[in-house]
Design a protein around this ligand. Structure first.
Ligand code: PA5
Length: 446
């Protein structure tokens, strides 16, 4: 099991303050499981680990065999919740240089997560000389970024291998009945998977949204779900609140927020976790940032960012706290070699594992930041494998829901993300946006 260490919040809050938030976390946990809280139409993610049909996992494994032999690249098209979870797990589990290893296929590459002309052009250039398939993911089936990327790549694939063959290389993951992607999948006869109605985008990585691309790229999705199921079991409403990890984390971060710590930095010391932090930022940012409330979720990759953000973190505005993901075991072993001349002066650490140097950097930084007025929460993970990633995903999802309820917001909606879309559609002349268009014209004239 992953574990938590909260002792470094106590210089900043009193025991009784934490206990008050823990009791609110307990109430929020009960509310969540009762299904009577805000956004209760979107609680399907709670039961995904337990309810996901083994047949679905088997079908994904069968597809993986088919794609493995014939496909060098899998282009995963999606944005936000239809992108970040897959990228997070894939990057954490795969070889850091898998794109340079000839035998690891199919490789996941991503599109539809931006509107960059150069990105799409260069992607098409690369795909020209590769065998590839497309997994297009969109719950609404109407999001501009993935729709545009899919239009371009679908036409490219059809030109390259023909319409009939490309049908076998395209998988669609979308709603069971609504949206343009569902219509297209049905009309074009693409194989498709359904995103359950009651699972929102940023809570969907353990649904076909994440399981299909991850399974096809060789991730052990059974282990991923087993880890998540274990965390689900250990964080149910009958588990003692002081033993309930998501509730403890939710209480700690809200207690710190209440003390003016408005920004939470998710810290990692493993580059493979960079996208895990991106996934986490979306999860908490979209779930909590509303009604003029919410902890601002940010992230840093250490030790890299100690050489860019370290100064601010140590001595800048004291509104920060850190949640540090501490990985206990590395996948590989590597010792610092002895050097006869020692010109670089590193013999004092020779024969030590590189991981020990990294660990000492972690401890040294924690202490320095604590002295500098930055409290921290530590999350210990034994190793970065599918099982522990499953635990971490479910842990953060549940903590996020509990935390949103403590704040008093609906953690499952995102009304604010529509504002830019309305302006963009009006500026592009999309039918139905004439009123916004007038407003924008007036704004530009002024
Ligand atoms: O969390 C969310 O709901 C969003 O981030 C969506 O996942 C994102 O906007 C993509 O939406 P869709 O899957 O409908 O294309």
């Amino acid at each position: 099991m992953i574990s938590l260490d909260l002792k470094n919040i106590y210089p900043f809050i009193e025991d009784k303050e934490f206990d008050a938030f823990l009791s609110r976390a307990g109430e929020s946990l009960k509310l969540l499981h009762s299904g009577a809280g805000k956004g209760n139409d979107y609680l399907g993610w709670l039961n995904l680990p337990e309810e996901t049909d083994k047949k679905l996992l088997g079908a994904i494994n069968e597809l993986a065999k088919e794609f493995r032999n014939e496909t060098e690249l899998l282009v995963v098209i999606g944005i936000g919740g239809s992108y970040l979870g897959t990228r997070a797990v894939g990057d954490a589990l795969n070889h850091s240089f898998s794109h340079l290893l000839p035998d690891s296929k199919p490789q996941l590459i991503f599109a539809g997560q931006n509107l960059s002309q150069d990105y799409l052009y260069e992607l098409v250039e690369v795909l020209e000389n590769k065998t590839y398939g497309i997994i297009v993911i969109s719950k609404s089936g109407t999001t501009t970024e993935p729709a545009l990327a899919f239009r371009i790549l679908k036409q490219h694939l059809e030109r390259k291998i023909g319409k009939a063959a490309s049908r076998k290389k395209i998988l669609a993951i979308t709603d069971s009945s609504k949206g343009a992607l569902r219509k297209m999948a049905d009309e074009e006869n693409y194989r498709s998977f359904i995103i359950p109605d009651d699972v929102g985008g940023r809570f969907s990585v353990l649904s076909p949204v994440g399981l299909v691309p991850l399974g096809l790229s060789g991730v052990d999705i059974h282990e991923l779900m087993r880890g998540a199921a274990e965390m689900a079991e250990k964080s149910g409403p009958s588990i003692q609140i002081k033993e309930n990890l998501p509730a403890l984390y939710a209480a700690a971060r809200n207690a710190l927020y209440n003390k003016g710590k408005l920004i939470e930095l998710l810290v990692n010391y493993e580059p493979g976790l960079h996208y895990f932090s991106e996934w986490w930022k979306q999860l908490f940012g979209e779930s909590e940032g509303k009604e003029n409330k919410g902890i601002f979720p940010a992230s840093v990759d250490f030790t890299t960012d100690l050489h860019s953000m370290g100064q601010y973190l140590q001595e800048g505005k004291r509104v920060l706290f850190e949640t540090v993901i501490s990985v206990r075991e590395n996948k590989h072993s590597l010792l610092v070699p002895e050097d006869d001349n020692d010109l670089d002066g590193l013999n004092y650490i020779s024969s030590k594992p590189v991981s020990e140097v990294n660990k000492m950097a972690e401890l040294g930084t924690l202490l320095a930041h604590l002295d500098g007025g930055v409290p921290n929460i530590r999350l210990f993970v034994n190793k970065l494998d599918a099982f522990h990633l499953g635990q971490m995903i479910y842990f953060f999802e549940k903590a996020c829901a509990i935390s949103g309820y403590i704040l008093g917001v609906n953690p499952f909606d995102q009304p604010g993300v529509e504002a830019y879309k309305r302006n963009m559609f009006a500026l592009l002349g999309k039918p139905g946006y004439e009123k916004e268009s007038e407003k924008i014209k007036k704004h530009i004239r002024n």
